[in-house]
Design a protein around this ligand. Structure first.
Ligand SMILES: Cc1cc2nc3c(=O)[nH]c(=O)nc-3n(C[C@H](O)[C@H](O)[C@H](O)COP(=O)(O)OP(=O)(O)OC[C@H]3O[C@@H](n4cnc5c(N)ncnc54)[C@H](O)[C@@H]3O)c2cc1C
Length: 323
């Protein structure tokens, strides 16, 4: 079967991120997945990658990936594309992943598809990407006709499915060119991370909007998120008002999320907000206005004052947990 390259997303200490397992699941529909691992830790991760169907792991154990932003990863992929002639290259649709995809497309003269929420083999066997457009109001199926298809797949869009096997590790020697060393990482600051899951990877996201009324009012969103083991999100009205940091904004100019459950609390459902959450598997809205547009896309809705509804919900969750 034809080889499909999957660029691994992993932490600095070599932990495989869930999105990599999602990419492997999608890649298996197109051919034999080979993971491309940047930096140290690839050998130790091969077992985990094999559990999700990776047949090979190309390990480029070079310090250049940590030292020089994204250009070295695009260079490595370009050389593997030239060498292995894969059917497709899958990367995570994260900010970094999309930048790598764009650079790789330029380097290899290939077409690139971003924000894919599903990847399948088309009738002619060519990779077919499903992409929500215009804030999710239309869905298009696209295929690449030039070069090697490069597809950035949205995190959480594909459910990871195990397919146990053993991945062979192949060391790849790599040194970034001077051009790829143009932008240097001068300092790394570890973001303060509480017990909550990362927004774009979370299975449950609880987002609050202007309906929370104030920075203090927004705390009820954190309470609900913690009760559900969820990540916190916010509408732009909230982040612009300074009630919650911009890093947690969901939408066109914020993060794109696709959790199993998205709760929109006191959010009207503007098109720009929908653009970042419309592909969530189940959407629950709590809003006091029965005409709020969020109800058009909600699977379940509660019309009511969030400061009445959410405390009742918290009581019910506590009762279920027996606390
Ligand atoms: C170029 C551009 C990019 C943008 N990008 C983004 C983006 O990335 N993300 C984003 O979110 N927005 C974005 N916006 C802004 C977007 O258009 C909306 O203004 C914003 O999403 C509104 O946020 P909101 O729903 O919290 O507030 P509102 O639209 O004011 O809605 C508040 C909702 O809360 C309800 N409510 C009020 N009080 C209560 C209560 N006590 N209980 C229950 N419900 C209550 C109201 O009925 C209302 O529906 C963008 C806009 C532009 C022009």
């Amino acid at each position: 079967m034809a080889e499909v390259l999957v660029l691994a997303e992993h932490t600095a200490d070599g932990e495989v991120k869930k999105v990599t397992l999602e990419l492997l699941t999608a890649a298996r529909r197109l051919g034999s997945p080979s993971v491309v691992w940047t930096g140290p830790g690839g050998e130790a991760a091969a077992g985990r990658l094999g559990e999700y169907g990776a047949e090979k792991v190309y390990v480029a154990d070079s310090g250049d990936f940590a030292g020089y932003v994204v250009a070295p990863a695009a260079e490595l992929l370009a050389s593997l594309v030239a060498d292995k002639a894969p059917t497709a290259v899958l990367v995570a649709g994260t900010t970094e992943g999309k930048e790598i995809a764009g650079r790789l497309a330029v380097k290899t003269g290939s077409g690139v598809l971003t924000d894919a929420v599903n990847v399948t083999a088309g009738d002619d066997g060519a990779p077919l990407a499903e992409q929500p457009n215009f804030g999710g109001s239309i869905t298009v199926h696209s295929t690449v006709r030039t070069g090697t298809p490069i597809i950035a797949v949205r995190p959480n869009a594909v459910s990871p499915e195990a397919s146990p096997g053993a991945a062979a590790v192949e060391a790849v020697s790599f040194g970034a060119s001077d051009a790829a060393k143009g932008a240097t990482v001068t300092e790394r600051v570890v973001a303060e991370k509480g017990a909550r899951p990362e927004l774009t990877e979370a299975q449950i996201v609880v987002s609050g909007g202007r309906g929370t009324g104030s920075e203090d009012g927004f705390k009820i969103i954190e309470k609900l998120a913690d009760a559900l083991g969820a990540a916190v999100g916010a509408s732009r009205a909230v982040t612009d008002a300074g009630w919650y940091p911009h890093a947690f904004q969901v939408g066109q100019t914020g993060k794109t999320v696709s959790p199993q459950l998205y709760m929109a609390v006191g959010i009207s459902g503007a098109i720009q907000h929908r653009a970042g959450m419309q592909t969530s598997k189940t959407i629950i809205a709590i809003n006091k206005d029965p005409e709020a547009p969020i109800f058009e896309i909600a699977d379940f809705g509660v019309v009511g004052d969030l400061f009445t509804v959410v405390p009742q919900l918290l009581d019910e969750i506590a009762r279920h947990k027996g606390v």
